[in-house]
Write a protein that binds this ligand. Structure first.
Ligand code: Q46
Ligand code: ZN
Ligand code: ZN
Length: 313
């Protein structure tokens, strides 16, 4: 197996591209793919100040590393979710990455700042853990980007993530979600611009990027994801990809180029009618935003003790 560029020994084969790469040229390939996604979708400008949502996992640390290598100014934002040992280990990975590279990592701890953790928030709000978690993270991301005056919030969603979300949205013909499934959401009404620069790179590539770049990421997945429909969609698509290399890329990227605009009228952001939450000042459809209602209920609730299987001690 030889590198497509230098003919030296290859460390990875990419069936989708019908190509093999050595470590050096694989790193360059990942950075080039990210730069192409950024320019194709006009995600950010060279002098923008970026805030990267960092979980300590491979995708968020890789995208942060790539953006710095491409010359962007990018700080990290870590949200402590209070999910037992998993959260402790993810914080350690994020901090170590930032410290080793002299980068700025902003930390917001849900328990310290808002008085609840995700297991408790999920039960108190009668939402699934990922629903309570998603809403909490979105609120913290938006607020931190606003307060810090950042031009865009970057997330590490990769091709596998986006294809799985698209698959779920198509399976149930979720028209408003299809209308909103774009790799760039423009800023507006107090929301920062949100961008996903890893949409041309898959999960396996991001793990390989971290390994060859010496990035020590948290391999363990969040214990609360078990049973999540998103994982089933990912597995289904990976099964298809094995039989038909490139299918995942075509499914997602051809949706963007050929179909996404057709759903634009179905997008209901509700942004036109947004007021301001009287508690936190965030854009909101009601007097008190959904996040503040969740935080109020969850912080008054009895904390949930995690079992060992869910990442507890
Ligand atoms: S951290 Fe949160 Fe994920 Fe864990 S609870 Fe679900 S959403 S799975 S990215
Ligand atoms: Zn090479
Ligand atoms: Zn609020």
């Amino acid at each position: 197996m030889k590198c497509r560029v230098c003919r030296g020994p290859a460390v990875i084969d990419l069936r989708r591209h019908n190509a093999n790469f050595c470590a050096e040229h694989f790193v360059k390939f990942c950075r080039d793919q990210t730069a192409k996604a950024i320019s194709d979708h006009d995600m950010v400008q060279p002098d923008d100040r970026l805030l990267v949502a960092v979980s300590g996992g491979k995708d968020s640390l890789a995208v942060w590393d790539i953006l710095i290598a491409l010359g962007y100014s990018a700080d990290g934002l870590y949200v402590g979710l209070g999910i037992g040992d998993y959260s402790d280990a993810s914080a350690d990975a994020a901090r170590a990455f930032a410290e080793q590279r002299g980068l700025t990592l902003i930390e917001v701890d849900l328990v310290e700042t808002y008085g609840y953790d995700i297991p408790t928030g999920s039960r108190a709000a009668k939402r699934t853990p990922c629903s309570a978690c998603g809403m909490s993270k979105r609120h913290v991301f938006d607020e931190a980007a606003r307060n810090g005056g950042y031009d865009a919030l970057v997330t590490g969603h990769n091709l596998d993530d986006e294809a799985a979300v698209l698959f779920g949205n198509v399976l149930r013909w979720q028209m408003p979600y299809l209308g909103r499934q774009r790799p760039v959401l423009p800023a507006g009404d107090g929301f920062p611009r949100k961008v996903k620069p890893l949409i041309r790179l898959g999960e396996r590539e991001m793990a390989a990027y971290c390994v060859v770049s010496g990035i020590d990421y948290l391999v363990e997945e969040c214990p609360m994801a078990a049973g999540n429909r998103h994982l089933a969609y990912k597995e289904a698509l990976t099964g298809i990809e094995i039989r038909s290399p490139g299918a995942k890329f075509a499914f997602y990227h051809e949706f963007l180029s050929k179909a996404a605009d057709r759903f634009a009228d179905d997008e209901t952001t509700g942004r036109d009618e947004l007021g301001i939450c009287e508690r936190c000042g965030s854009p909101s459809e009601s007097e008190v935003c959904a996040f503040c209602r969740l935080a109020e209920r969850a912080s008054a609730a009895q904390p949930v003790q995690l079992s060992r299987k869910d990442g507890g001690a």
